[in-house]
Write a protein that binds this ligand. Structure first.
Ligand code: SF4
Length: 353
């Protein structure tokens, strides 16, 4: 559901952008790599990633029950990426990726150098997006620096349209602070005569959040949010009882079916993983994993902080991971990811209770 079209041409900050010739050539190379790898079952990497996910921090103030960080199951040290480290990694990737997603595990705004990181990447012809619970933007100064950083899109993780509903899943969350955070961004955009960052409200469809869908649509308009999207929820624990507790009864509002006492993803049988040929995830300490579904860092394919990202990207370990994937040797994480998923987002017209 889109309320307002974000258009160009307002402030001194960075969006919108047009890919430069090197980025376009890299895009074409990625397409060729994907096609040839799929046909030959041998990974062929001709370009650099068109999209990168960088983890600003693993720390979070919430305790969401189906997030490894919230559950205390991340099994890797808590930390944050420093700006100088980001700069070193980023500068080694040529051409600049078209898209930078600044999140993974943890709440990105807990990294005090986040706006600096956004600014650095956004000033190099890259769309930068951020996914956050936004509570820390209740600090007006933080909201101002984010608006001025050149951020393209702010994805608001908010499930529910009231204090009571919100904190059922976002344990420890403060609905009031989310509301203030959004107001701060909206006001700061006005003051800066900017339409960026675009604010996208991402509303997860849990059993307990369904009743507030209509209220959320109204609130989004009232608050000045640009877009609200309804997403099916991902569970970490796929046992029958957990699914029954959190997932909607209506099958079209969830991504899993119950089979033999376990919830199983509903996806195309011949799905292909495009991510590992076009993107990668850099964890806060510089180590690289193939995708964001490797939340615990089980499949580290190299340390970009030591050898530089390009060496890892086309290195032996990443290639071995890709080769295995092409030959059908897939780790457990692949059974609960979004590649080939049939209903990741739900059309708001169908969200009827
Ligand atoms: S979990 Fe597997 S299929 Fe999904 S993105 Fe990662 S590597 Fe690809």
């Amino acid at each position: 559901m889109i309320f307002r079209k974000a258009t160009a041409g307002h402030n001194s900050s960075h969006p919108p952008k047009i890919p430069n010739s090197r980025q376009i050539v890299n895009l074409l190379k990625t397409g060729i790599s994907l096609g040839l790898s799929r046909v030959s079952r041998e990974p062929l990497i001709l370009g650099s990633p068109i999209m990168l996910m960088v983890e600003p921090t693993t720390a979070c103030q919430l305790k969401c029950p189906h997030c490894p960080t919230g559950r205390g199951e991340l099994n890797r040290p808590e930390g944050r990426m420093k700006f100088e480290q980001f700069k070193f990694l980023w500068d080694s990737i040529q051409p600049t990726p078209l898209l930078l997603q600044l999140w993974n595990q943890g709440e990105p705004l807990l990294n005090p150098e986040l706006a600096k990181i956004v600014n650095y990447a956004a000033s190099q012809n890259c769309w930068v997006t951020l996914s956050s619970n936004v509570e820390l933007l209740a600090d007006r100064h933080k909201a101002d620096s984010l608006v001025q950083s050149g951020l393209y899109e702010l994805i608001l993780s908010l499930d529910g349209a009231s204090k009571e509903t919100y904190s059922q899943y976002r344990v420890g969350g403060d609905f009031e602070r989310v509301w203030i955070g959004i107001q701060n961004v909206v006001q700061s955009r006005k003051l800066n005569r900017s339409k960026y960052p675009i604010i996208t409200w991402q509303y997860l469809l849990f059993k307990h959040t369904l009743a507030e869908v209509e209220k959320a649509k109204r609130l989004a308009k009232e608050w000045g949010v640009d877009k609200i999207v309804f997403k099916t929820a991902q569970l970490e624990d796929l046992s029958k009882s957990e699914g029954q507790r959190w997932l909607p009864d209506q099958s079209e509002l969830r991504r899993y079916d119950l089979k033999k006492d376990r919830w199983q993803l509903r996806r195309s049988s011949n799905y292909f993983c495009k991510r590992i040929f076009s993107s990668a995830v850099i964890q806060w300490d510089g180590t690289v994993v193939p995708c964001c579904f490797d939340k615990t860092g089980e499949f580290i394919v190299g340390d970009a902080a030591v050898v530089g990202f390009p060496v890892v990207w086309s290195g032996k370990e990443f290639q071995a991971f890709r080769r295995n994937w092409l030959r059908g040797i897939r780790p457990e994480i692949c059974s609960n990811c979004t590649e080939g998923l049939k209903n990741l987002y739900v059309n708001p017209r169908f969200v009827e209770i």
